[in-house]
Design a binder for this molecule. Sequence first.
Ligand code: MGD
Ligand code: MGD
Ligand code: MO
Length: 773
Amino acid sequence: MSSEKIRFYSRPAGGWGALKSVASQLLHQDIPWKGARTLLSANQPDGFDCPGCAWPDKDHASTFEFCENGVKAVAAEATARRVGPEFFARHTVTELLEESDFFLEDQGRLTEPMVYDALTDRYRPIAWDDAFALVARHLNALASPDQAIFYTSGRTSNEAAFLYQLFVREFGTNNFPDCSNMCHEPSGVGLKQSIGVGKGTVTLDDFELADAIFIFGQNPGTNHPRMLGELRRAAKRGAAIVSFNPLRERGLEKFADPQDPLEMLTGGGTRISSDYFTVRIGGDLAAVMGMIKHVLELDAAARAAGRPAVLDDAFIAEHTQGCAEFVDDIRAQSWTALERASGLSEAQLRKAGQAYADAGKVIVCWGMGITQHRHSVATIHMLVNLLLLRGNLGRPGAGVCPVRGHSNVQGDRTMGIYEKPAPAFLDRLREVFGFEPPREPGYDTIGAIEAMRDGKARVFFGMGGNFAMATPDSAVTWAALQRCELTVHVSTKLNRSHLLHGREALILPCLGRTEIDVQAAGPQGVTVEDSMSMVHLSSGINPPASTHLLSEPAIVARLAAATLAHSRVSWLWLIEDYARIRTLIERVFDDFEGFAERVAVPGGFRLRNPASEREWCTASGKAEFRRAALPAAFEPAQGAEPVYLLATVRSHDQYNTTVYGMNDRYRGVYGQRRVVFIHPEDLAARGWRDGDRVDLVTAADDGSTRRAEDFRLVAYDIPRGCLASYYPETNGLVPLSSYADEARTPASKSVPVKLVLARAGAATVQPRHAAHA
Ligand SMILES: Nc1nc2c(c(=O)[nH]1)N[C@H]1C(S)=C(S)[C@@H](COP(=O)(O)OP(=O)(O)OC[C@H]3O[C@@H](n4cnc5c(=O)[nH]c(N)nc54)[C@H](O)[C@@H]3O)O[C@H]1N2
Ligand SMILES: Nc1nc2c(c(=O)[nH]1)N[C@H]1C(S)=C(S)[C@@H](COP(=O)(O)OP(=O)(O)OC[C@H]3O[C@@H](n4cnc5c(=O)[nH]c(N)nc54)[C@H](O)[C@@H]3O)O[C@H]1N2
Ligand SMILES: [Mo]
């Protein structure tokens, strides 16, 4: 681990830095170089799907495409480290709570089911059957099935997710909070309203045809490194790549492909973005409105001069509704208001609008910088509006691309992990399985926390993930979890959620996706769906981390068999051969017709996406122009105690709540994570210096004090009034009541905070770091 320092990263993303980082990660996980290649060979036609992210692979059959953070994700699972019963015997839970999140995960893979023993304040081993009996006893003792909560993180396979939702619905509830609630929920909600499908419409082929690719609020160099391959090819053939991001992200600026000998030799790279707009946090809605305003003005001028229109009149007439009112609305916006809200000048907004108008085919991508605000759904509507104006939907080289996070988060939703299931889907479950599924909507993530807090939910079951650290308002959430009668986590690694437990608690260790899963019929594969609706097989190739591990489908099936005395489902028979589960999936979802044959083809198959065929499953039967009010411009309070907007983001060395290391190479941060990026003039305005240490305090008048202590200020190229810091250290600052309208995704990219100088003496002297503006 390197020591604390801040040093501007001047090289392209990727390149030798990436290779070096991989080598040190393998060393750290005690993985020998020899054999590392097979161990890590993700995304091969007959191997496993990379658990790193949901970005697709060309035909899913390409030779190993190098991805630094994919390697880190696989290495973290393939680690030689183990956290077994001896470890738990040595440490009380109270002691472990003192350790960092990095320490907890870094202990290695969980090896045996463990139960909490209140007498000794320790976890001790428990037999699988006893563990299932314990959960069953709690579930069956509840006054109502709605008192139980079933969380899902997004690595769970289609087969496991399908069984899980089936079990929970037969048990009797729709309480399915999932990581999607904190992630791309606004994309699902907004797209469904606008174009009738809550998913992206493009494929990788479209990336080869697009004339312009717009990237809003996404950091692919860190979070979807394989996407840089597509962007690099697009840039090389001259496509415009336009980025909107308050931070200058290295991966969006320049990238050197570790598989390109020339770029590696010369230390050169390919420029990625042709234009980069450092929009104010939360300012994208206004920015896109500004782009549209410019496009409308271009169109009016063209028509007046007798030139061809800029808008696609035929598409608008045939396929959309609401255009006229929408256009009036945008025309009525003043440039001053748009400038204020976006933090960009009229000239910049016009330039971005021009890049859009100049391009024949346009793709719009986005990530968490768009979805984790109060007005996220409105922003997504606006992105769709922009595309609709020139018919950039449902044709080659154009469309929407919400870039998903977890590798099967999209598939989990497809399989029915959703707290508001459609009636038709429930009808189908009833037809196929002969039980009456619950009809009432269940709790989402925010709702689940409130229900536990208020004593309305008593059992928490987590299928993967790290609920305690991923969720907002940590003090409230932690107390809520601790109020439960029983908390259960199906996990691969130790994390804080295991330590903030209910009166009784279980840790159930499972196989990871990279591992061989042997059932009665032999080794099993599972299926996953990537960010572009491609469904394909994934088969583990590594020996399991421990002989005691069960697969996720086996855990669900055995729990269901233990819990449901008169089940209509032959649980244990189903998991003998996962093909049997796929047969059921095929019977429930029409889109999976011929599942077995279609998924056997290398690369798998694409689920139908009506919007990409210009079939609009919306209320009106058309693609809808949707109007949005400009959110009140955030005015940093002047004076002694200014309020800033804080975005909580990922470093280069983490996977969500899993911290792999203390560096964030591309942002020049080494050996530390408690940093806050701030504009140099905002520093100067307070009489502070780069390197000073501060506490962050949420500016909310709800009576609670939310404080995160001792962060190092780092002067950075970020708009004034905006701050960025890492998740999950800052999750305690996000109020539970602050979330996206309609989608209820925590607004973790726009937290109003004040800065307070940390106690004198806490500060350590750091070299001064010039902002690289
Ligand atoms: N290595 C690695 N890969 C991952 C993950 C990981 O943690 N590590 N996580 C996975 C998951 S679950 C997800 S959802 C994705 C997340 O991938 P991303 O969507 O890239 O996630 P973040 O790092 O949270 O933030 C993205 C960007 O939003 C910018 N941003 C912040 N506020 C705003 C704003 O108001 N407007 C705009 N335009 N930009 C803003 C930030 O500067 C940052 O560059 O990655 C997935 N892949
Ligand atoms: N402030 C703030 N909060 C955020 C975000 C943010 O940007 N800012 N991002 C949000 C987003 S986008 C997301 S997706 C959520 C992520 O929330 P989660 O999905 O809940 O969190 P992860 O950190 O991905 O989960 C890590 C744990 O998953 C377990 N695990 C890993 N692989 C497997 C597996 O194969 N099976 C099982 N059963 N368990 C496994 C390990 O035990 C590990 O400790 O966090 C959200 N929270
Ligand atoms: Mo995510």
